[in-house]
Design a protein around this ligand. Structure first.
Ligand code: CA
Length: 227
């Protein structure tokens, strides 16, 4: 489960964001002041931090600088009501990874956070192993039963999402969101096409099939029987 810290002094906005990201399956902690946010950031082992700029206690720039000075490279998305280029540059200079100006769309924030989580390998294994399938995420290499299999970037991402949770059914809409960054209600045909291509590459040459369809629900990787 991804752990997210939201440092935001507008309590109603903070609560709305907390509920939204919890509904995405994340663990979310809130801080309403810069100093408490910094303390949590240093102790909490988060996968990403949403940090408001104008905060009581300690402002967002100083919180960000202190987090980086402590040697912590958790991805930080800074939120602010200011939108001049100077502020953006300053935010990125203090070590923020991304920047969003208020008012913002929740959907945009959500997809930026997903992008930050994808970019960081922190807390995630570099190798995903499911049965005789091995995915090396940094090299984007796929190996089954010792044999290298060439995958496109989308095929790799799709397989990685499924292989991270062997046995768990992942719906087409969840795949559209996670792999394509599309709304879940988009045309699922793109998922089906990529799943067929993946099957030809990772399953057809092997007696044990890894990629299974849960009819009407989605797809999953089953490793039972594979060495
Ligand atoms: Ca504020």
């Amino acid at each position: 489960m991804n752990r997210l810290l939201i440092v935001e002094d507008e309590t109603s906005l903070a609560s709305v964001l907390q509920r939204g990201f919890e509904a995405e399956g994340m663990h979310v902690d809130l801080a309403h002041q810069g100093d408490t946010g910094l303390r949590l950031a240093l102790e909490g082992e988060y996968d990403a931090i949403i940090l408001d700029l104008m905060l009581p206690g300690l402002d967002g720039h100083r919180v960000c600088t202190a987090i980086r000075a402590a040697g912590l490279w958790t991805p930080i998305l800074m939120l602010t009501a200011k939108d001049s280029e100077y502020d953006e540059a300053q935010g990125l200079d203090t070590g923020a990874d991304d920047y969003l100006t208020k008012p913002f769309s929740y959907l945009v924030l959500q997809s930026r956070i997903r992008a930050l989580l994808r970019r960081t390998a922190r807390g995630r294994p570099q190798r995903i192993i499911a049965g005789d399938l091995v995915l090396e995420t940094s090299a984007r290499r796929c190996i089954r039963a010792g044999r290298d299999i060439a995958l496109t970037s989308r095929e790799f991402d799709l397989l990685a999402v499924l292989a991270r949770r062997p046995g768990t059914v992942v719906s087409k809409s969840a795949l559209l969101e996670e792999v394509w960054d599309l709304p879940g209600e988009s045309d699922p045909n793109v998922v089906e096409v990529h799943v067929s291509a993946l099957r030809r590459k990772i399953d057809r040459p092997f007696p044990h099939k890894l990629l299974h369809t849960a009819r009407g629900l989605g797809y999953r990787i089953l490793t039972d029987g594979a060495p």
